[in-house]
Design a protein around this ligand. Structure first.
Ligand SMILES: [Zn+2]
Length: 193
């Protein structure tokens, strides 16, 4: 049958659909003067639990990453036994990957890899009861996410108050590409000179 969709193709379609919502949060973040990073938490049946974007600029809170904000917004939406999937437009940092494991996230789906930070590769899952080792799926909608960082950089060119963020984004763009040239993070070394 022509419309016979393989389970893998169906999963990829779901991941992409979920990522669209995270990308919408990232666009909202740009409009609000924040870094273009969005995160959506889903149940594994596809029900949305919470969505958020980075609010470090407006809140002044250095840990106000999109993922942390999404967990805060989820509140009791994340209960024991709920299988949570975390969808982020940028590979989560060490803090957010750790938070995902703490929260029992079963799968992390991200768009653009963050080779210099590589949070998903640097955090080892806990071994305490109830903790999880989430599946990691990267490069889902990576080009769309990368385009938002390019847009952000253009928007804030020459803004000295954003120097740290600009350096982060410039490095991110230098280490990633528009095509699939960047391989799995396991094969990606730290930035070479
Ligand atoms: Zn983070």
């Amino acid at each position: 049958m022509r419309d016979n969709v393989s389970p893998l193709a169906e999963q990829q379609r779901r991941h992409l659909a979920w990522m669209q919502r995270a990308l919408a949060q990232a666009r909202l973040a740009i409009e609000r003067g924040e870094a273009p990073i969005g995160c959506v938490l889903y149940r594994d049946d596809g029900t949305m639990i919470a969505e958020a974007h980075n609010t470090m600029m407006s809140s002044g809170i250095v840990t106000a990453h999109a993922e942390m904000n999404a967990f805060a917004a989820a509140g009791r939406g994340i209960a024991p036994g709920v299988r949570v999937i975390m969808v982020s437009t940028l590979e989560p940092c060490v803090m957010c990957t750790g938070a995902a494991m703490q929260a029992g996230v079963v799968k992390i789906v991200y768009a653009l890899p963050a080779p210099a930070d590589a949070g998903t590769g640097r955090v080892r899952p806990p071994e305490s009861p109830g903790s999880t080792a989430p599946d990691i799926v990267g490069r889902v909608g990576a080009d769309d996410s990368r385009a938002l960082f390019e847009q952000w950089l253009t928007l804030h060119a020459g803004d000295e108050s954003r120097r740290d963020q600009r350096e982060f984004v410039e490095q991110l763009l230098a280490l990633t590409d528009n095509d699939d040239r960047v391989g799995p993070l396991a094969q990606k070394s730290s930035p070479s000179g």
